[in-house]
Design a protein around this ligand. Structure first.
Ligand SMILES: *[C@@H]1O[C@H](CO)[C@@H](O)[C@H](O)[C@H]1NC(C)=O
Ligand SMILES: [Ca+2]
Ligand SMILES: [Ca+2]
Length: 291
């Protein structure tokens, strides 16, 4: 599976790194690039941009509607957001544009999904419907207990490698803030660092014990990347989606991992819960590492 980033986007890079790391185990999905953008999952955030340049008096100009809605004017020429008719979505011309809903139904594209969800607004069904993952719905194996424990091992290592990769490429792109760069520099320059590669689970576990400190920042950093709407120390289902959705088809333990990560079952993953599912000690959880 080849993934190309349209924009410099951290999640795209995450997926890219992940895919490269396990390229030989992944089934070929064709040569079409998959573009993953954070905006594709921002259910709750207004991201739609209107570019009707010629109509000066169009009240819908610069009037933003959230995913699944479009702007229309009422009789009083007042703009308002109404559900988009799925048939007005751009047709999806490839399988990689399909998405799978939590209803295990395949939607042609995320546009079709959000338009459908909008039409169900206010109903119980609509409330429960979320974008589950990227790609057509497929059979996802049950995640066994033993496999569940492997997930954070690989994920932690991957997060660390993503950060190091960002650091290496960051010369003028400003993918990381100065403060973040300083922290990653320490990891990058540490000679004991386990280099990126296809490591056995035993080695990953051993490295986590030996070089525990190198994993503290990457785990915090990922939380900060996701905790954006709002920045409150808790991840909602929507905030988690940019990470979850591309990962589920590749890692069958993703859903179970994040479900169990919410250890108090309040539907939010708090920083403390997050840190604990990645094996960090309670005393190392530090809100200041996120900024
Ligand atoms: C979801 O749909 C896929 C494809 O149709 C099917 O193979 C799979 O078994 C379904 N999963 C569940 C949990 O029903
Ligand atoms: Ca949040
Ligand atoms: Ca919780």
């Amino acid at each position: 599976m080849k993934i190309i980033c349209k924009k410099k986007n951290l999640f795209c890079l995450l997926i890219y790194t992940k895919t490269c790391a396990t390229a030989d185990q992944e089934p070929e999905v064709g040569t079409n690039p998959v573009q993953v953008e954070v905006g594709d999952f921002d259910e709750a955030i207004d991201v739609e941009e209107e570019t009707v340049e010629d109509i000066v008096d169009n009240p819908c100009l610069n009037y933003h509607c959230k995913k699944g809605k479009v702007c229309e004017v009422d009789e009083g020429n007042t703009p308002m957001c109404v559900c988009q008719d799925p048939s007005t979505c751009p047709p999806a011309d490839a399988e990689f544009e399909h998405v799978c809903g939590t209803d295990n139904k395949t939607y042609d594209s995320s546009c079709h999904f959000f338009a459908t969800k909008c039409a169900l607004e206010g109903t119980k069904k609509g409330h429960k419907l979320h974008l589950d993952y990227i790609g057509p719905c497929k059979y996802i194996e049950t995640c066994l207990d033993s496999e569940l424990n492997e997930f954070p091992l690989r994920m932690r290592d991957w997060l660390k490698n993503v950060l190091v990769t960002l650091y290496e490429r960051d010369e003028d792109n400003n993918l990381l803030t100065e403060k973040q760069k300083l922290r990653v520099k320490k990891i990058y320059e540490n000679e004991k660092r386990l280099q990126a590669g296809d490591h056995s689970l035993d080695l990953l576990a051993h490295d986590f014990e030996k070089n525990y400190n190198m994993y503290i920042f990457p785990v915090h950093w990922q939380f900060g990347q996701l905790d954006q709407h709002p920045v409150d120390g808790y991840l909602t289902h929507t905030e988690l989606a940019p990470l979850r959705a591309p990962l589920i088809p590749m890692e069958h333990c993703t859903t179970r991992f994040f479900e169990e990560c919410d250890s108090d079952s309040d539907k939010y993953i708090a920083l403390e819960e997050w840190a604990s599912c990645f094996g960090l000690k309670e005393q190392d959880v530090d809100k200041d590492l996120i900024i």
